[in-house]
Design a protein around this ligand. Structure first.
Ligand code: PLP
Length: 434
């Protein structure tokens, strides 16, 4: 089925107990066992069923199935935040002494997790430039457990070479894990060879800026057993689960060893569970996700064209404005739109950036993306202010760079707000010149 249909029907028909069509919020911590034998079977994974909401819940289950369907995966796990989803996606494969290879173009929180917290845990991250896919191969050794990248990372907003790096990884036996937060529906990384996809559901999936959450989707397309030496966590007896070998334990359920282990060990032990109430809100969000993405992308294309024609703007950063290899990658991997995140480089630099943000009336000034409302932030004076000018430049942030997340308001109102804010920014430019 198509995304518009899966967003409404994927993973759920009606509640078996009541017939309810909308997914009920199962706000319960625990579940009554039918008998002692039933309880023992559930704990031993001989029978599948609900035990305790930290590791499974019927509302979360509907969300997991729906996101898995939308991404073309076999199963998913909902967790408390996008950060938890990223951490789990790699801790499920890597332990102290291992390494991962990651694109340098990352959300700052992910960078911190890899460069600091994972390092403290004994997991090394080898950062490589995504402009050179072969760099992933060069950084790989026998202790490499995964590749990690974002589909459309800001501020550079150049589509990651998913197919190229996934193919390199498959040759070497290394799975590619994609953060697809910025481009649900318009890009399906699993179709291009990625093995795992994660989302911060906080962004487009929820869409309404009201809840924090994350989800990891198992593509079911990576042969963990053929690469058994590289993945001991999935292929050797797990002492925390009466010696279960996850690739064997999962066999009756399908190719779900990766996500099964994540649920019954990492989520059990680290406890970053998603609240069923939040799962309900994300399900509500998903129902209109394909429609929203269409409008987000259409508005963004028009904003990019508008900004390009303004004298106050030195450069517009959006896939619609790119050419060469970057454009080819965008066209190869995206369908139905090129995303709604945008960079605007103001000719007047830092001062113009500040003035522009302060003059916006419709756009919210927040550290978020993927809301139905249009959002803006000036990274040089906020999210990237702790970095030196050289470090800022390396990440793609210049003093006059403003990041926009284009919402689904009427395009005329969006353009009117941007136009009046540019006039204000332009005023400050002239003042600076005087
Ligand atoms: N990945 C990307 C691309 C993000 O933009 C964010 C948050 O801004 C995250 C992951 C982390 O998600 P969360 O804030 O839900 O923990």
């Amino acid at each position: 089925m198509h995304p518009e249909t899966l967003a409404l029907h994927g993973g759920w028909r009606n509640d078996t107990a009541t017939g309810a069509v909308a997914v009920p919020i199962y706000q319960t911590s625990s579940y009554q066992f039918a008998s002692t034998e039933h309880a023992a079977n559930l704990f031993a994974l001989k029978e599948l069923g609900n035990i305790y909401t930290r590791i499974m819940n019927p509302t979360n289950d509907a969300l997991e199935k729906r996101v898995a369907a939308l991404e073309g995966g076999v199963a998913a796990l909902a967790v408390a935040s996008g950060q938890a989803a990223t951490a789990f996606s790699l801790l499920n494969l890597a332990q102290a002494g291992d390494n991962i290879v990651s694109s340098t173009d990352l959300y700052g929180g992910t960078w911190n997790l890899f460069a600091n917290t994972f390092k403290q845990m004994g997991i090394e991250t080898r950062f490589v430039d995504p402009a050179d896919p072969e760099a992933f191969a060069r950084a790989t050794d026998e202790r490499t457990r995964g590749y990690y990248a974002e589909t459309l990372p800001n501020p550079k907003l150049q589509v990651f070479p998913i197919a190229e790096v996934a193919a390199i990884g498959r040759k070497l036996g290394v799975p590619l894990i994609m953060d697809n937060t910025s481009s649900p529906v318009i890009c399906r990384p699993l179709d291009h060879g990625a093995a795992v996809v994660m989302h911060s559901t906080t962004k487009y999936i929820g869409g309404h800026g009201n809840s924090i959450g994350g989800v990891i989707v198992d593509g079911g397309n990576f042969d963990w057993e053929a690469n058994a030496k590289r993945f001991p966590l999935l292929n050797t007896p797990d002492p925390s689960y009466h010696g279960a070998i996850w690739t064997e334990a999962a066999r009756p359920l399908g190719p779900v060893a990766y996500i099964l282990r994540m649920r019954v060990t990492l989520l059990r032990d680290l406890g970053a569970a998603m609240s069923p109430f939040n799962a309900f809100l994300f399900l509500q969000g998903i129902e209109t996700l394909p429609l929203r993405m269409e409008r987000h992308c259409a508005n963004a294309d028009q904003v990019a064209a508008f900004l390009k024609g303004r004298k106050e703007v030195a450069r517009v950063i959006h896939p619609s404005q790119q050419d060469g290899e970057a454009r080819r990658r965008a066209e190869r991997h995206f369908k139905g739109g090129l995303g709604a995140l945008m960079g605007v480089e103001l000719a007047g630099g830092m001062e113009a950036g500040r003035r522009f943000i302060e003059a916006l009336k419709l756009f919210y000034h927040v550290a978020n993306i993927g809301d139905v409302r249009s959002l803006a932030i000036h990274p040089a004076s906020t999210t990237h202010s702790q970095l030196s000018p050289e470090e800022q430049a390396a990440t793609g942030v210049t003093p006059g760079y403003v990041r926009l997340s284009i919402g689904i308001e009427h395009i005329s109102d969006i353009l009117a707000d941007l136009g009046q804010a540019l006039e204000a920014a332009g005023g400050s430019m002239r003042k600076a010149a005087e």
